[in-house]
Design a binder for this molecule. Structure first.
Ligand SMILES: Cc1cc2nc3c(=O)[nH]c(=O)nc-3n(C[C@H](O)[C@H](O)[C@H](O)COP(=O)(O)OP(=O)(O)OC[C@H]3O[C@@H](n4cnc5c(N)ncnc54)[C@H](O)[C@@H]3O)c2cc1C
Length: 459
C-alpha cells in the first residue's frame, strides 16, 4: 500500500509530537508512525523538567535569566565538547518554543533548581498532559495521519539520492510511504537496547535500564544505513538516584543527596562530592565494590522532601518500603549491613567538616551545584536508601546540524533526512544538563519541520 505525504515522522514522543503539531500548523500532510500501541516513549516516563530561560514563571519567582546564561551553562556542563552551533540554536529558539508549547496547551507548573544550571530553570510539566495536548494540537488540523503499532523498518533513497521512502510494518504487513519534503527521525534513544549498550557503553553494565519500551535505537540504525555519522558515544553515562527495583513507571527515584544526604559505599565510606551532577555520581557509583551504595540522611533533611515531586517525594518512597528508617545510626547500619563504627565515623567527620566551613574529603560546599548549604546529619530518626544507577536516556546519536539535518562523516547533509530529540548526538557533549533533553526534543522537533517544509508545501 502506498501513500504520499509532505513529511513522515518516525516516533511519537516529545520530539515527534512537537514536530507533528508544528507541521500541522503549516498545513502540511504528515504521516506519524509510532511503533508502540501508545504515544509518549521515554517522554512519558520523564522526570518532567524542561530547561528554559527568561520565562514568565522565572520572572514571577524573581529569577533573572536569559538565553546566553543557559548557553554558557550547557557548554560548561558539556565540557565544551558539545557542538556550539546546536547549543546556540537551542538558546535562540528556547523562549519562543516555551511560549509555543503554552499556546498548544502544555501546562508548566513551577520552576525549580536542577542539576547543572546556575539559576533555577527546571520548568515542570506533567508528561501525560503535555503529550496529550500536543497530540490534540496536531490531530485538530486534519492533515496529520497517526498510525500506532507501526514500526519503521527501513528507509529508502529515490533516484536523486534523497531519502524519501519509509518501509514500515503495520498490521502484520510491510507498507511503503513516500515523503516529498523529508523523513524526520524522532525515534528516541537506545536505553532499552542491551545490544547497543553492550557495544557502546560497557562501563554501564550493572546499571538498570529504564526508558520507553520501543527505545532500542532503531532510528540510529536506520540513519546509519543512509550514511549518518555518530556523535557523543564516548560520553554515555547513567543517572544516579534510583532504588534497585526501579522499572520506569513505578515511583522509585529520590535525589536526597541534593537536599543534604551523604552517599556511602558498602564499607560505609563516602566516595564522591554529593553536589555534583547525578550523571558524574553515577560514574563513581558503578566502580564501588559490588556496585553497592546508599544515601544516608536524618529527619532535618527528610523534612525537605516535596510531596508529589518526581525526585523529592521521600515520604512516598518510605511508604513504598524503599527507604529504611532507624532511631540511631547503629541500628541503621545493622539494617543495611554496613560497618556501624565506620558509618558513625563517616557521619561525624562530615558533620564536623561542614560546620567548620568545608568538606575535607570531597570539597562539598553546596547541595546542588551552586545552591543550598549542607546541614549536619544528627537529628534522629535516620534514613537510608539503597541507590543505584539507571540508564534512562542515551545522550548520543546521529550527527545533525542546527537545522536538524542528518550529517554524514564529512559533515554533509544527507538529503531528505532529519533527526530530532534523543536520537540526535553532538548536543550535550561530555555532560547532560537536566531538562535539556525534553527541551531539545521540543526545540529541534520544530526546527526540523521548519527546515524540511521550507520548500513549497504541496497538498
Ligand atoms: C525516567 C526518566 C526521567 C527523565 N527525566 C528527564 C527530565 O526531567 N528532563 C529531560 O529533559 N529529560 C529527561 N529524561 C530524558 C527524556 O525524557 C528523553 O530524552 C526525551 O523524552 C526523548 O524524547 P524523544 O521524543 O526524542 O523520544 P521518546 O519520547 O522516547 O519517543 C520516541 C518514540 O519513538 C518510537 N519509536 C522507536 N523506534 C521506532 C520505529 N522503528 N518506528 C516507529 N516508532 C519508533 C518509540 O516507541 C517512542 O514512542 C528522562 C528519561 C527517563 C526515562
Amino acid at each position: 500500500m502506498q501513500g504520499t505525504y509532505n513529511l513522515i515522522i518516525v516516533g511519537a514522543g516529545m520530539a515527534g509530537l512537537c514536530a507533528a503539531a508544528e507541521a500541522a500548523a503549516q498545513g502540511a500532510a504528515v504521516l506519524v508512525l509510532e511503533k508502540e500501541a501508545d504515544f509518549g516513549g521515554s517522554s512519558l516516563l520523564s522526570g518532567r523538567y524542561m530547561a528554559f530561560a527568561g520565562t514568565d514563571l522565572q520572572q514571577k519567582e524573581g529569577i533573572d535569566d536569559q538565553s546566553q546564561f543557559l548557553i554558557e551553562d550547557m557548554l560548561a556542563v558539556g565540557e565544551g565538547k558539545n557542538e556550539a552551533a546546536l547549543v546556540e540554536a537551542y538558546g535562540d529558539h528556547q523562549l519562543e518554543t516555551y511560549e509555543w508549547l503554552l499556546s498548544k496547551g502544555v501546562q508548566f507548573h513551577k520552576v525549580q533548581a536542577v542539576s547543572g544550571h546556575s539559576v533555577p530553570r527546571g520548568h515542570t510539566i506533567t508528561p501525560k498532559q503535555a503529550i496529550t495536548a500536543l497530540y490534540e494540537a496536531a490531530a485538530a488540523s486534519g492533515t496529520v495521519t497517526f498510525k500506532t503499532a507501526a514500526t519503521v523498518k527501513r528507509l529508502r533513497k529515490d533516484e536523486a539520492e534523497r531519502v524519501s521512502q519509509v518501509v514500515f510494518e503495520y498490521g502484520g504487513k510491510l507498507e511503503t510511504a513516500t515523503a516529498e519534503n523529508g523523513v524526520l527521525l524522532t525515534s528516541g534513544g537506545f536505553s532499552k537496547s542491551e545490544e547497543l549498550l553492550e557495544n557502546f557503553a560497557p562501563q554501564l553494565v550493572g546499571a538498570i535500564r529504564i526508558g520507553g519500551k520501543g527505545n532500542v535505537g532503531d532510528g540510529i540504525k536506520l540513519a546509519s544505513e543512509q550514511g549518518a555519522w555518530l556523535r557523543d558515544f564516548p560520553y554515555l553515562k547513567g543517572t544516579y538516584g534510583f532504588h534497585p527495583t526501579a522499572d520506569g513507571p513505578r515511583k522509585s527515584q529520590a535525589l536526597v543527596f541534593y537536599k543534604g544526604a551523604i552517599i556511602i559505599n558498602k564499607f560505609a565510606e563516602r566516595f564522591v562530592n554529593e553536589s555534583i551532577s547525578y550523571k558524574l555520581i553515577g560514574t563513581e557509583a558503578l566502580v564501588q565494590p559490588e556496585k553497592i551504595t546508599y544515601q544516608i540522611w536524618d529527619q532535618t533533611i527528610m523534612n525537605e522532601g516535596v510531596s508529589g515531586d518526581a525526585l523529592y517525594d521521600f515520604e512516598k518512597l518510605l511508604s513504598l518500603g524503599l527507604i529504611e528508617k532507624a532511631d540511631s545510626l547503629e541500628t541503621l547500619a545493622a539494617i543495611i549491613q554496613v560497618p556501624a563504627e565506620t558509618l558513625k565515623t563517616t557521619v561525624d567527620q562530615y558533620n564536623d567538616d561542614i560546620q567548620n566551613g568545608g568538606d575535607s574529603k570531597f570539597g562539598r560546599t553546596t547541595l546542588t551545584h551552586h545552591f543550598g548549604t549542607p546541614t549536619p546529619i544528627e537529628n534522629a530518626p535516620f534514613y537510608a536508601m539503597r541507590t543505584t544507577v539507571a540508564m534512562l536516556a542515551t545522550y548520543a546519536g546521529v550527527s545533525v546540524d542546527k537545522s536538524a539535518r542528518v550529517l554524514n562523516a564529512f559533515n554533509e547533509p544527507i538529503a531528505g533526512l532529519y533527526a530530532a530529540g534523543e536520537i540526535a548526538g553532538g548536543f550535550h557533549g561530555a555532560g547532560y544538563m537536566t531538562g535539556s533533553s525534553l527541551g531539545k526534543a521540543a526545540i529541534f522537533g520544530r526546527i526540523a519541520v521548519q527546515a524540511a517544509l521550507e520548500k513549497q508545501v504541496v497538498l
